[in-house]
Design a protein. Structure first.
Length: 303
């Protein structure tokens, strides 16, 4: 399968331009996917440059690039520091992460990411991990489900949704996408496609601990980057974007209380390269509808 069929890399030209790639530098693509961003980075490196790529997905591993300058790490990017140390690749000149689910994952029904197909409620990015979306729906308490849909999906009637699932799951199996859609049909609010997308997003974030992994990535990128090195993160929903924006701005992973008596200002770690997030232009939006919600933030590590 060609990389472009697997996944069209979003904001490709903007990423390459803003990373300011040094030909002999060491770069990390933390989300390899179809390898589109990686190939573009590689084309700017000379024979002394290095590229370390991460992807925990078996399907992405099948797209790997046969090039002596590339090291493929088949693990979640939350283990960034450990594997860079292992491959003697610290410090690095740039770190890129595209946090979107690949088109291939959405379009493969049996992976359970999409509301458009029937298949097992799986949603694991890493098939070696144990927790699936079906297990969450089967075992989580009503309160925990409500919290999950509220926090990760911004679902307006999260309480009603959680109550419906817990009430009906004893009598109705919730193993597949269609079974789940039928179960929650009575409580779907507003535009059904948008509602289901929010519910599925919440489940996917929980299955893969996406926000936890992003926090780990941000902290470790700080550790491994050279002063002057750049970090480029592409997010696809407000939860991720807020986290990245906040971290670049003040080096904190949690929102700070605006306490007028707090004297401690954490030392500045990053200088934003982009004041506002970079979004897709007209041409890209026409060619790739999934770029619509992409936001790119780039920051440079201070000395």
């Amino acid at each position: 399968m060609g990389a472009s069929e697997y996944h069209l890399p979003v904001l490709l030209h903007e990423v390459i331009e803003l990373l300011q790639i040094k030909p002999d530098g060491i770069y990390v693509d933390a989300t390899f996917g179809g390898g589109g961003h990686s190939r573009a980075i590689l084309s700017h490196l000379n024979e002394n440059g290095r590229l370390i790529v991460f992807d925990q997905d078996e399907d992405a591993y099948n797209n790997r690039i046969d090039d002596p300058r590339v090291t493929f790490v088949q693990h979640n990017f939350r283990h960034l520091q450990r594997f860079l140390r292992l491959h003697k690749a610290i410090p690095v000149d740039g770190v890129l992460a595209d946090l979107g689910v690949s088109s291939h994952q959405f379009d493969t029904g049996e992976r359970g990411f999409s509301t458009r197909f029937d298949g097992d409620l799986d949603m694991r990015m890493d098939q070696r991990s144990e927790l699936t979306a079906a297990q969450i729906l089967k075992t989580y308490s009503e309160q925990r489900l409500q919290q999950l849909f509220q926090d990760f999906g911004e679902v307006t009637n999260a309480k009603t949704l959680a109550n419906t699932i817990v009430t009906l799951r004893k009598a109705h199996p919730v193993r597949t996408i269609n079974e789940f859609k039928a179960l929650i049909q009575p409580v779907v609010k507003g535009n059904p496609a948008k509602y289901l997308a929010q519910v599925f997003q919440a489940l996917r974030i929980e299955v893969n601990d996406e926000l936890g992994a992003l926090k780990d990535l941000l902290q470790q990128a700080t550790e491994v980057l050279k002063p002057g090195g750049r970090m480029a993160i592409i997010t696809f929903h407000s939860l991720e974007d807020r986290l990245v924006k906040n971290y670049i701005k003040n080096g904190l992973l949690e929102m700070q209380d605006d306490n007028p008596f707090a004297f401690e200002t954490p030392p500045k770690i990053f200088q934003p390269v982009t004041k506002k997030p970079v979004t897709a232009g007209e041409v890209e939006l026409k060619n790739n509808s999934r770029s619509r919600s992409a936001k790119l933030r780039v920051a440079e590590k201070l000395a």
